[in-house]
Design a protein around this ligand. Structure first.
Ligand code: C5P
Length: 404
């Protein structure tokens, strides 16, 4: 971090206290840290805390006193906006997010954001209901499309005693996100990456289907990370509620058969496939065209037929310069099952996780996993899926193709 000027924009939320630790760690790592607090932030934490930790005067006022103003020709926001290598806004409150999405410049922090060319990261942290509000989500989507780097909040227990999504990530996670922006890794430049993500839906009749608990979060995080490293990304996605990662081409599918067709076509023109989707293993042998009636029966028999194994088919078709990576969500014998699947499906590597573990696997924001290639293995502890995506790409980008 030495030589980097980082502006910490602190919003009015209880998580502001955590940013003191971040300011301290960044300063210890050699960054030149400048804290800018909103008026509400000062209700939660004193500017003096940041002044002491960063050795730079923390600022709040857009209109500084004359003596201070004379030091920066009366425009501290312009001086800092020009100097910053990065601005991190944390915690970003619902109000601050709304003001930024609207382009407001009605205090020092929002004015600075409007005046800078530096990349801006934003870590929303608030009560889960406030975060889920359509207006907040709309504003975040707007900021993301305006080029802000949105840092996903953690899940857990909040200061307001609610449980859900909205916690400010811990300092090491925030620093990892800042490093990604400050020192972008372009090791996938020019690579064509294909990712399958999410569940599939196998219709039984016009209103019912078989599916599973896959949320698509891991696959979307992999797509996002591959994009930021310079890859051209195609995402074949089952039904999810997630936003398409910026710059990725997304092909929406419903059933495993549709996913198979889209994947096989896209696989022809890709360098690396990561099969992260959870396609249903079976589908109804006969799909009813009309809604199945309950009638008087107490038992219902469903006849199912196997779906194609998409990643196995890609493994079979694989050309020497292509890489195919699979996932294995297991409940027992994790390593043996993962290695067996890697060999049987002709994969270059497989990422295995124990889905019975608390906080990991399906529909969670975090995951713990082990990476197996033909030559080595790496174990990762529980971490946010976004961080795990970066670790997975570090490994996959180093995999040898049969050609090399
Ligand atoms: O055998 P299992 O379903 O556990 O293997 C998981 C891996 O296989 C994942 O990479 C998943 O995306 C892929 N898969 C597939 N087509 C299926 C089922 C699983 O590509 N029909």
């Amino acid at each position: 971090m030495t030589g980097k000027t980082i502006v910490l924009g602190i919003g009015g939320g209880i998580a502001a206290y955590k940013v003191a630790d971040l300011a301290s760690k960044l300063t210890q790592q050699g960054a030149d840290v400048h804290a800018v607090l909103t008026e509400s932030a000062t209700r939660f934490i004193a500017p003096l805390t940041f002044t002491a930790l960063t050795h730079n005067p923390a600022q709040v006022d857009l209109w500084p006193h004359e003596t201070e103003a004379s030091k920066s020709a009366g425009m501290p926001h312009i001086a800092l906006a020009d100097k910053a290598d990065l601005i991190l806004i944390a915690p970003a409150s619902a109000d601050l997010i709304a003001r930024l999405a609207g382009g407001f410049a009605n205090d020092l922090l929002t004015t600075l954001v409007t005046a800078t060319r530096a990349p801006i990261a934003l870590a929303p942290a608030m009560n889960p209901t406030m975060l889920a509000r359509p207006a907040t989500q709309r504003n975040l989507a707007q900021l993301q499309s305006d080029g802000f780097h949105i840092i996903q909040p953690d899940e857990g227990r909040m200061a307001c005693e609610h449980v859900g999504s909205g916690r400010l990530p811990e300092t090491p996670e925030l620093i990892a996100q800042l490093e990604k922006i400050l020192f972008p890794n372009r090791d996938l430049e020019g690579k064509r990456v294909l990712i399958t993500a999410g569940p599939t839906r196998e219709n039984l009749d016009p209103v019912r289907f078989i599916s599973n608990r896959s949320s698509g979060k891991m696959g979307y995080a992999l797509a996002e990370e591959a994009r930021s490293r310079g890859a051209r990304v195609t995402l074949v996605s089952g039904p999810t509620s997630l936003a398409t990662p910026q710059g990725a081409e997304r092909i929406n599918v419903q059933s495993a058969l549709e996913m198979r067709d889209a994947t096989i076509v896209a696989f022809e023109n890709c360098d690396i496939l990561i099969a992260c989707a959870a396609p249903a293993d079976f589908r109804a042998a006969n799909q009813a065209t009309q809604k199945i009636k309950r009638g008087d029966s107490q038992i219902m028999h469903l006849e199912l037929v196997a779906n194609p194994d998409i990643v196995r088919e890609c493994g079979t078709r694989k050309r020497p310069n292509q890489i195919v990576v699979g996932f294995a969500a297991e409940t027992h014998n994790v390593e043996a099952e993962a290695r067996r699947k890697m060999l049987e499906k002709n994969l270059d590597a497989i990422i295995a996780n124990d889905v019975t573990r608390e906080g990991a696997g399906f529909d969670s924001n975090s995951n713990a996993a082990t990476f197996y290639s033909r030559s080595h293995q790496t174990e990762w502890p529980l971490m946010p899926k976004t961080t795990l995506a970066s670790k997975i790409w570090d490994e996959v980008a180093r995999l040898p193709t049969a050609k090399n």
